[in-house]
Design a protein around this ligand. Structure first.
Ligand code: CU
Length: 241
């Protein structure tokens, strides 16, 4: 898997790794069982016929399957439910951070438009930072996304943050992440969204705080210079929900 730059991506990796260990154990048990059967049932061992209708022939496989389901899938269910409730869908905790960064993303065939509120903290004003496929965020603070689409279903995918969310026309999707390593990380689209789907790539650059602040000031000033109140297509943002 790609490098994990996020605070909570290790939770996903842990579940993948634990499931992998379970699968290796199950594979070893099954191979051992087959080897045992091959060695035990030779010429000197008389074969017996079992039509599979006995009580034991039903209870044993059901019991084993139930046990495997309970341990392997139960572990996934318990841990993923906990992680979602406490971390990945815990938006109030992310929003409570005083420096949390809010970004609106508008997906379209085949690019990501993104809008930051600028210094006034309000969307759809002249100081908004508006970028295309080139998002920058500060390290070690929560980054909150609200996402929508103008045409088809896309999926905002951050492999180095172990997260993705479908972006659906006519509705808002929410996502939050926190980077703990600076660097450049890929944004992908994880829903096949048309002939140029493969080109729908963006870059999420995680910067130290001062660098992000300088970039935001410069980008906001540039956006303000290009701001045109009469250009309705440029004002695609919405009030933060
Ligand atoms: Cu797409």
């Amino acid at each position: 898997m790609p490098f994990d730059a996020s605070l909570d991506g290790h939770r996903i990796d842990r579940l993948v790794h634990v499931s992998l260990v379970f699968m290796i154990v199950l594979l070893a048990v099954m191979i051992g069982w087959m080897v045992y059967a091959c060695l035990r049932h030779g010429r000197r061992h008389a074969a017996t016929c079992d039509d599979g209708n006995s009580h034991r022939a039903k209870i044993l496989p059901l019991g084993i399957a139930g046990f495997v389901l309970f341990i392997v899938d139960g572990n996934l269910l318990m841990n993923s439910t906990h992680d979602m409730e406490q971390i990945f869908w815990n938006f109030p905790r992310a929003e409570a951070h005083p420096e949390a960064v809010r970004i609106e993303v508008n997906a379209h065939q085949w690019a990501w438009d993104a809008r930051y509120p600028g210094a006034d903290g309000k969307f759809n004003t002249a100081d908004d930072i508006v970028v295309l496929n080139d998002l920058r965020v500060p390290v070690n603070v929560p980054i909150l996304f609200e996402l929508s689409s103008v045409d088809v279903i896309h999926s905002f995918y951050l492999p180095s943050f172990r997260t993705k969310i479908d972006v659906v026309p006519g509705q808002l999707s929410k996502l939050w992440v926190q980077a703990q390593k600076t660097g450049e990380y890929e944004i992908g689209c994880a829903q096949h969204c048309g002939v140029n789907h493969y080109k729908m790539r963006g870059l999420l650059t995680v910067l130290p705080h001062e660098e992000f602040r300088d970039w935001a000031q410069e980008a906001s000033a540039q956006s303000a210079r290009a701001y045109d109140l009469a250009d309705r297509t440029a004002h695609w943002g919405w009030d933060w929900k």
